[in-house]
Design a protein. Structure first.
Length: 112
């Protein structure tokens, strides 16, 4: 597979995975806000935990980014995903803040 085609495929796959994980984070936030802590919440939290474990295993880099580096020398934060550059650069921070709110809300819901 030519490098350009491989990078396009990686970007597409990475974007689809990002959409799924972002939807999970959004649903976790909604569940905490609306006090709907059910089995789907716990499944979503578990999936997000797998994402965190994967990032830790790959030194805070997505495995798809590691693979995409083989096909591009670009230093842009969005070289491997279809997101605006500023958003790709700050995505982990944004998700971390949202998950912090989710976890605080979860504690509040469970204790209160």
């Amino acid at each position: 597979m030519p490098a350009r085609s491989a990078l396009v495929a990686i970007k597409l796959l990475h974007t689809v995975i990002w959409v799924v994980l972002s939807s999970i984070i959004d649903s976790l936030l909604y569940a905490v806000i609306t006090d709907r802590i059910d089995r789907w919440f716990w499944w979503g939290l578990g999936l997000f935990g797998l994402e965190i474990a994967t990032l830790l295993l790959f030194r805070m880099s997505c495995p798809l980014t590691v693979v995409a580096r083989r096909y591009s020398a670009s230093q842009h934060a969005n070289f491997d995903i279809h997101l605006p550059e500023w958003f790709a650069r700050h995505n982990k921070t944004i998700d971390s803040v949202i998950m912090g709110v989710v976890l605080l809300g979860l504690v509040w819901r469970l204790v209160g």
